[in-house]
Design a protein around this ligand. Structure first.
Ligand SMILES: [Zn+2]
Length: 287
């Protein structure tokens, strides 16, 4: 439970920082006349949405979540649809504006504030990576590790924005608008994914359920495993991340317990190709 609270705390900190960063980047993008920076801020807002969805438990499928009541499900679909539409509209807006700029208007070079904002974004995102990865290792949470890597991807995307703004400032004026279109397409894609997930039962969720059933069979039949305490799964970048707590005989040595966990992890990751990573924790079975 402590780990769960710490995990939620990290996610709320992420939402808070992304919110401030997003507003700052939007301001810098408008004031600095950089569509690339505006698109980058849209991406940050989309991160706020997706983290909130995870926080309210929509993206984590635990055993309890599988038989969640219909009200919860209804809100989940509603939020996904709403966030999806907002992201698509934001993305399309920037694409439209950039195309208009590229085709019909005289392109002005972005101001320094946009460049500074990109630099701040790179630094903040990298710091968020380190903060999140440190705690994910402490509480051994793979879903949090995935979040950490997302922050680093964001840092890279801000590096691309930085390069685009810099090139635009130093003569290659259209690059800022072109980069903004690329980033906006990413935002639109995330938005449409979210929207599609809100329709009926998402197909990837059905696949996940089948994989989880197979997984449970493998675990329960595995030598040395006395039962499953908890099994949490999370979809990220088309891969499934598993957090698994298994019971083992409380009289075996630490080494034996460790060996069971290691070999089970190896078996799961090799036999089920959709599972990107599996973390196995052992719990003594006091019966
Ligand atoms: Zn992101």
């Amino acid at each position: 439970m402590e780990n769960f609270k710490l995990g939620a705390k990290v996610s709320w900190v992420t939402v808070g920082i992304n919110m401030i960063l997003g507003v700052f980047k939007l301001f810098a993008g408008v004031a600095g006349r950089s569509n690339a920076m505006i698109a980058d801020s849209m991406h940050t807002f989309s991160d706020v949405f997706t983290t909130i969805l995870v926080l309210v438990g929509f993206d984590i499928s635990t055993k309890e979540a599988n038989d969640q009541n219909s009200i919860h499900k209804k809100y989940e679909l509603l939020f996904k649809k709403l966030f999806g539409i907002i992201m698509i509209i934001m993305g399309l807006f920037v694409v439209y504006d950039s195309l208009k700029l590229l085709i019909f208007e005289k392109i002005t070079r972005p101001n320094t504030i946009a460049l500074v904002a990109a630099l701040i974004s790179i630094i903040v995102k990298e710091l968020m990576y380190w903060y999140t990865i440190k705690i994910s290792r402490k509480i051994k949470s793979l879903s949090m590790e995935a979040d950490a890597w997302h922050h680093r991807e964001d840092a890279f995307s801000s590096i691309v924005t930085f390069i685009a703004i810099l090139s635009s400032k130093s003569g290659l004026a259209p690059l800022d608008a072109i980069a903004s279109i690329v980033v906006s397409i990413i935002v639109i894609r995330v938005g449409s994914d979210l929207y599609n997930k809100s329709k009926d039962r998402p197909i990837d969720e059905a696949i996940t359920n089948e994989i989880i059933n197979n997984l449970e069979i493998i675990i329960n039949e595995f030598y040395g495993v006395a039962g499953i305490k908890s099994l949490k799964s999370r979809l990220f970048n088309n891969g499934i991340y598993i957090d698994l707590d298994i019971f083992v005989d409380s009289n075996i040595s630490v080494k034996e317990g460790h060996d069971i966990a290691k070999s089970l992890q190896y078996k799961i990751e090799n036999e089920l190709s959709n599972i990107k990573h599996c973390m196995v924790h052992i719990v003594p079975n006091n019966k």
